[in-house]
Design a protein around this ligand. Structure first.
Ligand SMILES: [Zn+2]
Length: 410
């Protein structure tokens, strides 16, 4: 394979489309058109270049003036979910990386005693269900038909997975325990989904376990920040309680995880709340999160200013790379500079991002690192593993730029 170095934005034909975005009411309280702007990214590109599909969108994150809920508006349309998220990989849907901890946690609360019917919402291929004790009836629902088919194949009848819309699916029999880990923040109408889950619950002893990242733990030192463009709602402690209450779920236990950003709640069927009382503190929380994000961008900007080479390899072709383009001066500093990207995701290899070719990392063995070439690691969570992989490929450490002094989560 011949390495071809390219200038930034050397691909013509990327586009946007109005069909990708839809205005929507506040997903927490239902109020329309009554929000302040917090953050906006223009013409943000979702992964690789395409002349066929519109993959760019203006992303706005706003805060409801009624309930202080924070959300993306306009939000993604069903078309956008299909097109923009096709290459999101582990960023969306399949990001549950702590299934064993979750099973132990459920067991420690007595939620896995006896013989229960358990439903995992957003189950992907059913990995979490497959490690639950097999004395339970294990059912999963997901919107990704490919993942459901693969999961049913792998599970070979031990778990039952079906493809369904979370807002409308119906079960033949009610369930005793429902789990939903890092799914609710991706959904356009969380209250509607939670109401459907309430209808699927067996009775007053049924429990819902839901986990999302929250604003109060959203102080980060990376350029992605807390307000992920892949999330439709950016929950806080209060706004998560509000959507649960609006769907008739009452909080039994709230557990904030120490080692990563997550609030895990156990809820029981309760009364429907008439209106949501928001927390004004969520404005301060949002501003603090944005302040930390700005500090992170300044720090990365400082690092990038040290690059002197005319050819730059970027390791990591995910959303972090688009953020380097959106919020730093990397690609505008030296216009004659040429780039390649390496990424070990087969979905991205052989394609381009903003005109720059994406190769598997093995191609780096062909480069002469004594020449005018340097490497930027474009990832936060995977920074250390990429640094190790680059060492394994005998890339000199003085040619490798890590953007973060400290990584606090993976
Ligand atoms: Zn609201």
């Amino acid at each position: 394979m011949q390495i071809q170095w390219k200038s930034i934005d050397s691909f013509i034909g990327n586009s946007s489309a109005t069909s990708l975005l839809m205005n929507r009411p506040c997903p927490i309280c239902g109020t329309f058109f009554h929000a302040r702007n917090l953050l906006r990214f223009d013409d943000l590109q979702f992964f690789t270049d395409s002349v066929q599909f519109p993959k760019r969108a203006d992303i706005s994150i706003v805060q409801c003036r009624q309930c202080f809920g924070i959300f993306q508006n306009p939000g993604f349309s069903p078309t956008a979910f299909e097109i923009l998220f096709a290459e999101a990989g582990c960023s969306y849907g399949s990001s549950n990386i702590r299934p064993h901890e979750q099973v132990e946690w459920l067991a420690s609360r007595g939620l896995l005693e006896g013989h229960r019917r358990i439903l995992d919402v957003g189950c992907y291929k059913g990995e979490f269900l497959s490690i639950l004790p097999d004395n339970h009836k294990r059912i999963g629902v997901d919107i990704d038909a490919g993942a459901v088919a693969a999961g049913n194949c792998e599970a070979a009848g031990t778990v039952e997975i079906f493809c369904g819309d979370f807002e409308t699916f119906q079960l033949r029999e009610p369930v005793d325990l429902i789990t939903m880990f890092h799914v609710l923040e991706h959904l356009p109408r969380p209250v509607s989904v939670l109401r459907n889950l309430r209808a699927a619950a067996s009775g007053p002893d049924a429990r819902l376990v839901v986990e999302v990242p929250i604003l109060e733990k959203g102080i980060t030192n990376d350029i992605n920040g807390f307000f992920s463009v892949l999330h439709m709602t950016h929950f806080s402690r209060q706004s998560l309680r509000n959507v649960l209450a609006a769907a008739g779920w009452c909080v039994v236990e709230a557990d904030e995880k120490e080692d990563y950003n997550a609030l895990r709640i156990v809820a029981a069927p309760g009364e429907l709340a008439v209106s949501a009382m928001g927390s004004p503190d969520d404005l301060q929380g949002a501003l603090e999160s944005l302040s930390a994000w700005n500090s992170a961008v300044i720090s990365v900007e400082r690092m990038l200013s040290r690059i002197k080479e005319d050819r730059v390899v970027i390791w990591g072709g995910g959303m972090h790379l688009e953020f380097l383009y959106q919020v730093t001066s990397l690609f505008q500093r030296v216009l004659s500079r040429k780039y390649i990207i390496v990424d070990n995701d087969p979905l991205k290899q052989g394609k381009t991002w903003r005109g720059v070719n994406i190769y598997p990392s093995a191609i780096l063995q062909k480069l002469d690192w004594s020449s005018d070439v340097s490497l930027i690691i474009s990832s936060y969570g995977a920074q250390q593993s990429i640094a190790q992989a680059s060492l394994d490929l005998k890339i000199p450490t003085h040619k490798t730029l890590k953007l973060y002094d400290m990584v606090t989560r993976c």
